[in-house]
Write a protein that binds this ligand. Structure first.
Ligand code: CP3
Length: 351
């Protein structure tokens, strides 16, 4: 759904909103737009594991394009996973359906850390290739590259898998702050290198996912996490100043100013905090992305429509607004509802 005068991703509504410029309409995309809500995705993934599909350019490009074709969203998000760069440097891990990433040998000691190499572009030639092909196919529609932030990656590595309470991670953070900091510095290098590979190959926006940062107090976030996320975001600002940076986490209402000031252009807002509050908490200096509750996609259309209209209206008070969900699309979502939401956002926001 790109206007005829838009020739390149740089002129697109999404990039304009991220740069806090005037937009012809509110741009919209959905976290996890590529995935199990789409029958065409389930068909492709029938005989291929998640991680294998992430490393196969034919599959990555097809899966990334599926939601763009079907829904007319204003951006593609690169089909991959936050653990792909860890796998690429040799971490033995798997993505278990319905569970998430599972790490065979958790990282808990200095010796474990020493076995975690830095990422170089040579580890991920397939990622460069997939991004280059996608950028060629997408034309003026921007491609969003992404990486996991050091804390969220560390949580998977230290716990060995998904965690409710992050107890081993917090025990390491507080029990051996030196090792914790060195681990996060290594993960920041890996995240930054992974983002740079995508941006070098033509991704025009990047999103840093610190999905589990909302489990931290502000003091712990600032002392033990923010410096490492900052080094990723500032590294991107230095090497790719033209590529806007989105910073997102779940349940991070209390951390929004710190996450924005860590070096973002756009702050991701989950559904627990209104966009108006997010703008106020971040001093009106950042674009916002969000924040429809993914569960509302299951509500009757009238209720959903009203909420979408409210979010578009609230977004007008922000210096820039990218419409999205507050977290990823749930697998049982009716994809036709997503298409209707895209149409509605465009219709009610058109200037
Ligand atoms: O469409 C998109 O958003 C792009 C693809 C994408 C995936 N993972 C594909 C995926 C992105 C951006 C991610 C990031 C990711 N991965 C995050 C950060 C975003 C967030 O949700 O907070 C996290 C925490 C992970 C780790 C991870 N990988 C989880 C928790 C899961 C879900 C496990 C499950 O089965 O419920 C995965 C697997 C995964 N990553 C799937 C997809 C499409 C499902 C795999 C499948 O289809 O079998």
């Amino acid at each position: 759904m790109t206007s005829p005068d838009v020739q390149t991703p740089r002129d697109s509504a999404l990039l304009r909103a991220a740069r806090r410029e005037e937009v012809p309409f509110t741009p919209v995309w959905f976290m996890r737009q590529a995935g199990r809500s789409l029958p065409e995705y389930r068909a492709i993934r029938e005989d291929v594991s998640m991680l294998e599909s992430c490393r196969t350019p034919d599959l990555v490009t097809e899966i990334t394009l599926q939601p763009v074709r079907r829904h007319g969203v204003d951006a593609a998000i690169f089909f991959s996973d936050i653990v792909v760069p860890l796998m690429a440097v040799g971490v033995d891990l798997d993505i278990v359906a319905g569970t998430g990433p599972v790490v065979a040998h958790p990282v808990r000691t200095r010796a474990d850390l020493e076995r975690l190499p830095e990422l170089t572009p040579e580890h991920v030639p397939d990622i460069s290739e997939s991004v280059r092909r996608l950028v060629a196919d997408l034309g003026a529609t921007p491609l969003i590259g992404f990486a996991g932030a050091p804390f969220t990656l560390a949580s998977y590595l230290v716990e060995g898998g998904p965690s409710k309470n992050h107890e081993r991670t917090k025990a390491l953070m507080h029990g051996d702050p030196g090792l914790w900091s060195d681990l996060c510095a290594r993960l920041a290098q890996i995240s930054l290198a992974f983002l740079r590979v995508q941006a070098d190959a033509g991704a025009s926006v990047v999103q840093l996912f610190d999905s589990w940062a909302g489990h931290l107090s502000r003091a712990d976030y600032l002392r033990h996490v923010e410096p490492h996320s900052r080094s990723v975001l500032s590294g991107m600002a230095q090497s790719h100043p033209e590529v806007p940076r989105i910073h997102f986490g779940v349940g991070t209402g209390e951390l929004l100013p710190q996450m924005a000031e860590a070096g973002a252009d756009v702050i991701g807002v989950d559904y627990r905090v209104s966009l108006a509050d997010a703008v106020e908490r971040t001093g009106g200096r950042y674009a916002v992305q969000g924040n429809l509750d993914p569960a509302l996609l299951f509500a009757p259309w009238d209720a959903l429509e009203q909420r979408v209209r409210e979010i578009v209206e609230e977004g007008r008070q922000a210096p820039g607004h990218i419409f999205n969900l507050g977290h990823g699309v749930l697998p049982s979502t009716d994809p036709d509802v997503l298409t209707r939401v895209v149409e509605l956002v465009h219709e009610v926001s058109r200037r």
